[in-house]
Design a protein around this ligand. Structure first.
Ligand code: ATP
Ligand code: MG
Length: 225
């Protein structure tokens, strides 16, 4: 069984998240995508983030109708900073050997990987699927990584794998592990939670940027005003 983990703040969840998860599940033949709302996203410490119960509810509402989508509360139950390495460790510990995990991230998030806790170990603990996002290039994933592999990360090396069964651009294998980093081209949707929050604050339309139920939830609970 193949499981994709889609981490995020989901403040709020939108069609950019949902469509890339859906297309990735099709391309990689993934049985289930687990949306994992971060309780305290370590990289967004300084920003004002909406209460987790609102973010969780919106994520549940948005994913309800897709039988392949699920939502996990394990980062919420940890009640602390949400480090992906801790999450992956917990998930692997709780699941059988026949489960293969893929961590899904957009290129904008992944290019900061070396600021994540235990990045080296994380890259050697599961496959990564990296999706496109408007304004970012997916074709130079290896450049992005080699530019960001600082002196601190000498113990992690990648090999370029020209043959990538999932997309036209080369993937990378993480040397000293059995894991890969797969770039993938999904339909580019220039939607962000930041833009949605700003639109709501300005009283502008968000109707076709996220599911109707999430839009209703935002208005009903007066979020982002
Ligand atoms: P914010 O603007 O608040 O940062 P966001 O729209 O970037 O919100 P996040 O919750 O930060 O959403 O993103 C979670 C994950 O989803 C990240 O890996 C991010 O790259 C990816 N993602 C977000 N929006 C899109 C999109 N439009 N297309 C593809 N991937 C996306
Ligand atoms: Mg973001």
């Amino acid at each position: 069984m193949r499981i994709g983990i889609m981490g995020g703040t989901f403040d709020p969840i939108h069609y950019g998240h949902l469509n890339s998860a859906d297309e990735i599940s099709e391309i990689f033949n993934i049985d289930q995508i687990i949306f994992m709302p971060a309780f305290i996203p370590p990289h967004k410490k300084a920003e004002k983030i909406t209460d987790i119960y609102h973010r969780l509810t919106m994520t549940v509402l948005a994913t309800l109708s897709n039988p392949r989508f699920a939502v996990s509360t394990i980062e919420i139950e940890r009640n602390d900073y949400s480090y992906t390495m801790d999450t992956m460790r917990e998930l692997k510990k709780a699941s059988g050997k026949n489960i293969k995990f893929y961590f899904i991230a957009g290129i904008d998030a992944f290019k900061e990987i070396f600021t994540w806790k235990d990045a080296d170990r994380l890259l050697k603990s599961c496959d990564f699927i990296i999706s496109t996002r408007p304004g970012y290039r997916i074709d130079d994933l290896s450049n992005i990584l080699s530019n960001t592999v600082s002196k601190k990360h000498k113990n992690i090396k990648f090999k370029i794998e020209k043959k990538n069964p999932f997309c036209g651009f080369p993937g990378l294998s993480v040397i000293g592990s059995k894991y890969y980093i797969y770039p993938v081209e999904t339909t580019l949707l220039d939607i962000s939670s930041t833009d949605i929050r700003r639109r709501v604050a300005e009283g502008r339309t968000i109707r076709y940027l996220l599911p109707e139920t999430v839009k209703e939830y935002i208005y009903k609970n007066k979020l982002y005003r």
